[in-house]
Design a protein around this ligand. Structure first.
Ligand code: FCB
Length: 503
């Protein structure tokens, strides 16, 4: 595209900048601040509370590579990615970003971009190659070395125990998450890791994005892409009948509760943990009290199989009614385990599930379809609606009284290339970051207890079925040479983290 702007484009750019400025002092955040290091020209400070954690996130399968190193067992994602036709361009993550070997360089990068916390995941099949039984000390050693390097660099480690890479052995032995034995095995693995690492790791995320590995891995789901219905699928790529799907969902939240118990029982006193879920967020299209209440009710129901069950210890009446004869089978003991108190809730927020309006008809709200012209980020699913991050945090607080919330993921894919000047000009990601953090700052200014923000992702990686085609990093990775190049968004992040404010 030509770098010269037409008059029409210049006019559009100017009015967009104006709109950005007008939106800056978000309602509820107008408290003048004394500690702001921004120049006086910025007006009201858009600061986060002292001690707010600026973090970056990754997951094991997406970056580590070293698929056959040091006794690692196979995971369901190895099997899936090596199945012809599953991953765009036939990619797999055998090497990925080679982080297993380059972790020291990557920790330096984190430090250089001002990250104070790092959310990474532990590959279960590195620690228990067969899923259960004899642990593989070399596998755990890697995470010990990583954690030491992080602590040396002044970066707080937040370890996720399950970011979808189930040991293949458990898929074969028990049908994976179809069996509650897998939930028990997950708890054993969680307790083992907590016992070994909690002298240095104080925060554990149990499981990542329930819907993404349960529903997308075990049922037929289609997304609309350019007017066509396209199947979306994750490993293990099963298409189960509804009753079995409900049971898999149940086993997954049971695993979460048992894992929390095991971490508290085996970790050092004060070890904190909670899930990292992609909470489905209903955003009130119009901000008025009855609309806000309707959106809350919608969010509670949209999460009935996952967060609502975990934080309320029961399935909603509507959920069980809809399931009918397919409803999961469970005991009171199960519900108690599922509701095991968590220390924090992580929310992964990329977009809202829906805009909603209050309605006189049951259930009291209706979803408003996204307009055909609603702006999107690069990924076909990624409608741009930065206010979702505010509502997700606010509703997790108002619905369930959660006292510690982390944004465990937020970010966007972009078509990033290293330009002739050696830089990656990801202006769309900078725009995305600034606007999401504006809305997050509004939440903290209103007293919503958001303690940390983890940008997805530290660096470009294997984006599941998209392969290496969709880049989410603050740092560009050339997957041929493994050269890392911080993008302009990394400079934005560094500045924001240093000032603890939206910049
Ligand atoms: C989330 C996943 C993460 C990454 C981002 C883009 O759903 O948790 O691994 O793929 O989306």
């Amino acid at each position: 595209m030509s770098s010269r702007l037409s008059r029409r484009e210049v006019a559009k750019a100017a009015s967009a900048a104006g709109a950005g400025l007008a939106a800056a002092p978000a309602a509820g955040s107008a408290q003048p601040s004394t500690g702001n290091r921004a120049g006086p020209e910025r007006g009201a400070a858009l600061e986060f509370p002292p001690g707010f954690l600026w973090g970056v996130a990754t997951s094991a399968y997406q970056i580590e590579g070293a698929a056959n190193e040091d006794g690692r067992g196979a995971s369901i994602w190895d099997t899936y990615a090596h199945t012809p036709g599953k991953i765009r361009n036939g990619h797999n993550a055998d090497t990925a970003a080679d982080h297993y070997r380059r972790y020291r360089e990557d920790v330096r990068l984190m430090r250089d971009i001002g990250a104070k916390a790092y959310r990474f995941s532990i590959a279960w099949p590195r620690v228990f190659p067969e899923g259960t039984g004899r642990p593989n000390p070399k596998g755990l050693d890697f995470y010990g070395r990583l954690v030491d390097a992080l602590l040396e660099a002044g970066i707080a480690p937040f370890a996720t125990l399950y970011h979808w890479d189930l040991p293949q052995a458990l898929q074969e032995r028990w049908g994976g998450w179809r069996s509650r034995d897998t939930a028990k095995a997950f708890a054993d693995y969680s307790g083992y890791v907590a016992a070994k690492l909690s002298d240095r790791v104080r925060h554990f995320f149990t499981m990542n994005e329930f819907y993404s590995f349960v529903d997308m891995g075990h049922s037929r789901i289609e997304a609309e892409v350019g007017g066509a219905a396209v199947p979306v699928e994750h490993a293990p790529g099963l298409k189960l009948p509804p009753a079995e799907l409900y049971q898999v969902r149940h086993n997954a939240v049971l695993a979460q509760g048992l894992s929390v118990r095991a971490i508290h029982a085996n970790g050092r006193p004060g070890t904190r943990c909670g899930p990292a879920d992609n909470v489905s967020t209903a955003v009130p299209l119009i901000e008025a009290p009855e609309q806000v209440r309707a959106a809350e009710a919608a969010t509670r129901e949209m999460n009935a199989g996952y967060l609502t069950a975990m934080l309320e210890g029961r399935y909603t009446d509507a959920y069980l009614r809809t399931a009918g004869r397919d409803a999961p089978r469970f005991t009171d003991e199960d519900l108690k385990a599922i509701a095991e108190p968590v220390d924090f809730v992580g929310v992964n927020v990329y977009r809202p599930e829906a805009y909603v309006l209050a309605s006189d008809a049951a259930p009291g709200w209706r979803a408003v379809p996204f307009n055909a012209s609603h702006p999107k980020m690069l990924s076909s699913w990624h409608v741009l609606a930065p206010e979702a991050i505010y509502w997700a945090a606010r509703q997790v607080r108002s619905l369930w009284g959660v006292e510690e919330i982390h944004v465990s993921e937020n970010g966007c894919g972009a078509s990033d290339e290293v330009a002739a000047d050696g830089q990656v000009h990801d202006t769309d990601r900078v725009m995305f970051l600034r606007n999401n953090l504006l809305h997050l700052q509004r939440a903290t200014a209103e007293g919503v207890p958001v303690k940390g923000y983890f940008h997805w992702s530290l660096m470009d990686n294997f984006e599941w079925t998209d392969g290496f085609g969709t880049r989410f990093g603050l740092v560009h990775v050339d997957f041929g040479t493994q050269k890392r190049t911080p993008k302009l968004s990394a400079s934005w992040f560094r500045e924001a983290a240093a000032r603890n404010a939206v910049v």
